[in-house]
Design a protein around this ligand. Structure first.
Ligand code: PMP
Length: 327
C-alpha cells in the first residue's frame, strides 16, 4: 500500500471536498469505462458537506447570517448533516425539518451532532403547510432564524461549479464524455453539469430520476405528471427548484426503486463500496446509459452518500421483503 496523500489538516472543515475517484471495473459497463466520485468520503459522509460549507460562508460574507443566529433548513437529511458539522464548528444553533420517510439513522446522526430535528409529512407537495420546505420557512420566520434554503440558494450551485466540477475534470484529465447525476435541489446538476458543459459542450449530461418524480417524464415527453411516492432518499422532485437548470440535461432515465436498491447492493457486492439509495439510482442509470453506447466513452457518476445511513432499509432483508423487492 502506498500513501499518496499525507496532508496534515488543521480542522475538519478543511477535509470537505477533494474526494477520490475510482474506476468501477466489476460491473457490466458495455463498451464504456465508468468512474465513481466517492462523495461518501466527505467528513459527514455525503456530497452535501460541500454546499453546507459554501452556503454558510456566503451567508456570513453577505451579512445574512448573524453570529450565533439560528440556522433552519429543509432537507432529506444529508444537507442537514453537513450543516450540523459546519454550524457546530462555527457556533450556530441548527434546526432541521425532515420528511418522515427519511431513515432513522439520519435523525440519530443529526441529533448526535447537536441539531434539533422536526419530522413532517412526506405525502404532501409544495404549497401544503406541512410540506417540509414550507414548514421550515415558516419556523425560520417565527423564530427569527436564517432559512438557508438549498433549493433557491445560488451558493449551492456555486459550491459544485467551483469544486466538484473542476475536480472531476482534473481527475479524468478532461476525458469526460458523460456525467450522470440526480436532482434533489438541482445544485449538482446546475453546478457540475454547467461546469462540464463550459469545458466541452460535447459532454452528455444524464439525469437519473426515481420513478414517481416529475423530472425525467418532463424531459422525455414535455408533460408534467402528477408526482407519485418513491422510496429512494435525496433525489427526485415534485416541483422544479429555482436553481435547477433542466436545459443542461441531454438524456433522462426513470429508475424504479427496486432497480435502484439492487444496483446499490451490487455496488457493495462487486466493488466493495457501501452507498445509499440515491447512488443506486445514479448507478443504475449510468449502467443503462453505458450499455446503450455503441462507442467507448468515459462516464462519471457520484457515490453520493454512505450506506451506513440505510442499514435499516436497503441493506436489511426484512425491509426489502416488506417492500416486495425480494422473496
Ligand atoms: N444524493 C443524496 C443522498 C442527497 O441527499 C441529495 C440531496 N438531497 C442528492 C443526491 C441530490 O443532489 P442535489 O441537491 O445537488 O440535486
Amino acid at each position: 500500500m502506498t500513501v499518496e496523500q499525507n496532508t496534515l489538516y488543521k480542522n475538519v472543515i478543511d477535509m470537505i471536498g477533494n474526494t477520490p475517484m475510482i474506476e468501477l471495473n466489476n460491473l457490466d459497463t458495455g463498451k464504456c469505462r465508468l468512474f465513481g466520485k466517492l462523495e461518501l468520503n466527505n467528513p459527514t459522509g455525503s456530497i452535501k458537506d460541500r454546499i453546507a460549507l459554501n452556503m454558510i460562508l456566503t451567508a456570513e460574507q453577505e451579512g445574512k447570517l448573524k453570529p450565533g443566529q439560528l440556522i433552519v433548513e429543509a432537507t432529506a437529511g444529508n444537507t442537514g448533516l453537513g450543516l450540523a458539522l459546519v454550524a457546530a464548528q462555527k457556533g450556530y444553533p441548527l434546526l432541521i425539518v425532515m420528511p418522515d420517510k427519511m431513515s432513522m439513522e439520519k435523525e440519530y446522526n443529526l441529533t448526535a451532532m447537536g441539531a434539533k430535528v422536526i419530522r413532517t409529512r412526506s405525502d404532501v407537495v409544495k404549497g401544503h403547510p406541512e410540506y417540509y420546505q414550507d414548514l421550515a420557512a415558516r419556523i425560520a420566520e417565527e423564530k427569527g432564524g436564517y432559512f438557508i434554503n438549498q433549493f433557491a440558494n445560488p451558493a449551492n450551485v456555486e459550491a459544485h461549479r467551483k469544486t466538484t466540477g473542476p475536480e472531476i475534470w482534473q481527475q479524468l484529465e478532461g476525458k469526460v464524455d458523460a456525467f450522470v447525476c440526480g436532482v434533489g435541489s438541482g445544485g449538482t446538476l446546475s453546478g457540475v453539469g454547467g461546469y462540464l458543459k463550459s469545458q466541452s459542450s460535447a459532454v452528455d449530461i444524464v439525469l437519473a430520476d426515481p420513478e414517481g418524480s416529475i423530472l425525467a417524464p418532463l424531459h422525455n415527453t414535455g408533460e408534467r405528471i402528477e408526482p407519485r411516492r418513491w422510496l429512494v432518499e435525496g433525489i427526485g422532485e415534485d416541483f422544479i427548484p429555482s436553481i435547477c437548470d433542466l436545459s443542461l440535461i441531454d438524456h433522462a432515465y426513470t429508475i424504479p426503486d427496486k432497480r435502484a436498491m439492487f444496483a446499490a447492493r451490487e455496488l457493495l457486492a462487486k466493488e466493495g463500496i457501501m452507498a445509499g439509495s440515491s447512488t443506486g439510482t445514479l448507478l443504475r442509470a449510468a449502467l443503462d446509459y453505458c450499455q446503450q453506447q455503441t462507442e467507448a466513452k468515459n462516464v462519471v457518476t457520484l457515490i453520493c452518500d454512505t450506506g451506513n445511513r440505510y442499514l435499516s432499509k436497503l441493506y436489511n432483508d426484512e425491509w426489502m421483503k416488506a417492500q416486495g423487492f425480494i422473496d
